[in-house]
Design a protein around this ligand. Structure first.
Ligand SMILES: [Zn+2]
Length: 277
């Protein structure tokens, strides 16, 4: 029997990392899961490929958000490899990239890649790709944490899962795309699917186990309730009230800007304020 693949998490300094991606190393090859956001972090991930010293065979994307695809150019570094995702993920990334450029360039400057690379190889729900005996199977979730999400399962036993952002490891969460109802439904579908000993490698922190589903559900429900309960006759006070409530639920500033960016879009989606023109 072939030995278990090794999973390398990037950035290698886990503490305070904004976003994670992974290299899965088998006997003779490497498969990447996501690509981080910044030029420097994705370049360091590429250096990880070089130091392992095996060929990169493919990149698999867990969802359509830029902190998971923005580093593709540095990661693949000119290698002619498939970058694989469901068609919906590919379409969302290519559709929204101009908008992400407008948002991320002022935030990240030159650390947001000027020359971006997009996924190029679609895959259908439940289909697998196998590299050097390691089989990866995609779940095409549709809208969830992002407009289109696609966790990947490694191996036939379905014990190792790259969940993307379906669970955040006790960090503040992004809900600004407005799909929290689908996200909550997907949490139950995924909770039912995987065994108690499943290991979830996620986009922000982790790894976590199935016990984390309840926390994630609680976070989303608390956020939506706080937005609903706020007094939107004063949008500024409403925003501050929701942020304060979420910091009571989770007393940390980690990724708090993602939560703060989500308050007004969710209020608009719930019909509490006028949708932006
Ligand atoms: Zn993310």
């Amino acid at each position: 029997m072939a030995s278990e693949p090794l999973i390398h998490r990037f950035p290698q300094a886990h503490e305070g990392a904004f976003v994670n991606a992974y290299l899965v190393e088998t006997g003779s090859s490497i498969v990447a899961i996501d690509s981080l956001l910044t030029v420097s972090a994705s370049r360091a991930m590429r250096e990880g490929v070089e130091s392992i010293g095996k060929p990169l065979r493919a990149v698999l994307l867990t969802h359509s958000h830029p902190d998971h695809y923005g580093g593709l150019t540095e990661l693949v570094a000119g290698d002619d490899v498939p970058i694989i995702a469901p068609q919906g993920v590919i379409d969302t990334i290519t559709r929204d990239d101009d908008l992400k450029e407008q948002i991320l360039r002022p935030m990240f400057g030159d650390e947001w890649a000027t020359d971006r690379t997009f996924p190029n190889t679609p895959i259908g729900d439940g289909e697998s790709v196998t590299f050097d005996g390691a089989r990866f199977t995609v779940i095409d979730l549709g809208p969830s944490e992002s407009p289109h999400d696609s966790p990947w399962i490694l191996g036939e036993e379905e014990r190792i899962v790259f969940l993307g952002d379906q669970i955040y490891d006790r960090k503040h969460c992004f809900l600004g795309d407005g799909f929290h109802q689908q996200w909550l439904a997907n949490i139950e579908t995924l909770r039912d699917r995987f065994a108690e000993n499943a290991v979830f490698h996620i986009g922000h922190g982790g790894p976590v186990g199935p016990g984390a589903w309840s926390w994630q559900r609680g976070y989303i429900e608390t956020f939506v309730e706080a937005v609903n309960a706020a007094d939107w006759s004063s949008p500024e006070q409403a925003q501050a009230g929701v942020v304060a409530e979420m910091k009571r639920f989770l007393p940390t500033d980690e990724l708090s800007f993602l939560m703060e960016l989500s308050v007004e879009p969710v209020a608009a989606q719930l019909g509490l304020v006028a949708a932006p023109a």
